[in-house]
Ligand binder design. Structure first.
Ligand code: ADP
Ligand code: MG
Length: 256
């Protein structure tokens, strides 16, 4: 084995030991580029390190998306806006610039089951996670269960803080089940903690006029709505369910 070959093998080993997988992977093509003589040393090294950075960024994004707990990974590209014309495509795509998160604004998706509320909330959430905004997706039921558990275990404040500091919290399916007195108060405490500090996306099948029933108390319901609606985008989706689009005839009957 000639000296050059030995050095090459040592270099590969070094890259492996340093866990620079992408540089290891792209070393041969970089050497070829060098041998063709058209590229400067700086350019070659820049190219190699860019591969590494790109992979690091992708790993980071994947881990943010994983920890956010989305029910499925669907984006706005997967959403058929023609199927649901009451959804303003421009407005939804606009949320991807993250200004609503940075301005601490809320989004409320209101509509019957199957119209795409969770899909759109998830799509926006994935974008937020990709853009380095701490994001957490939770169903209203699970959220309440966790807060109740924390209350019993004397660590409610800690749990509330955990949820409150997420840059974007998505609470799915508010109103599917009516909440008891303790649950309603816990929900209010969380919304009050997040108010004007961080963004919340809510999906609900209940028109806001029926939230008093959901929360079992007009004062609590109004206090929650007051805070949620103060800086908010309310998106009412009126249209057919995508789930049953091939089964049921189209209807305009809607909860909103
Ligand atoms: P909900 O409004 O009840 O939260 P989802 O958002 O979960 O409904 O939508 C139900 C299913 O239909 C999901 O699999 C979702 O991806 C799909 N879906 C809903 N609307 C559309 C649409 N306009 N284009 C493509 N898929 C859609
Ligand atoms: Mg849903």
């Amino acid at each position: 084995m000639n000296i050059e070959m030995q050095k090459y093998i040592k270099l590969k080993n070094n890259l492996e030991e340093l866990k620079l997988k992408q540089m290891h992977l792209h070393l041969d093509e970089t050497i070829e580029q060098y041998n063709s003589g058209n590229t400067t040393f700086t350019e070659l090294l820049l190219g190699l390190t860019n591969y590494e950075l790109k992979a690091k960024e992708e790993r980071m994004i994947n881990s943010c998306v994983r920890t956010a707990g989305f029910p499925y990974l669907k984006t706005t590209d997967d959403f058929d806006f023609n199927f649901q014309p009451s959804v303003n495509k421009k407005q939804i795509i606009g949320f991807k610039d993250m200004r609503f998160v940075d301005n601490k604004e809320n989004i409320l998706f209101i509509g019957n089951p199957g119209v795409g509320k969770t899909h759109l909330a998830t799509a926006i959430g994935i974008e937020a996670a990709k853009n380095h905004r701490s994001t957490y997706f939770v169903s209203c039921n699970d959220l309440i269960m966790q807060l109740k558990k924390a209350l019993l275990e004397n660590r409610l404040e800690q749990r509330l803080k955990y949820y409150a500091r997420m840059k974007l919290l998505i609470i799915d399916e508010v109103g599917y089940l009516p909440l008891d007195d303790v649950s309603s108060k816990l929900f209010f405490q969380l919304i009050a903690k997040r108010y004007e500090k961080n963004s919340t996306i809510i999906t609900t099948n209940k028109p806001l006029s029926e939230w008093t029933e959901t929360f079992g108390d007009i004062v609590i319901a109004n206090a929650i709505l007051d805070r949620l609606l103060h800086h908010s985008h309310v998106i009412k989706i009126i249209g057919p369910s995508y789930r049953t689009k091939n089964i049921l005839p189209k209807t305009n009957k809607n909860a909103v």
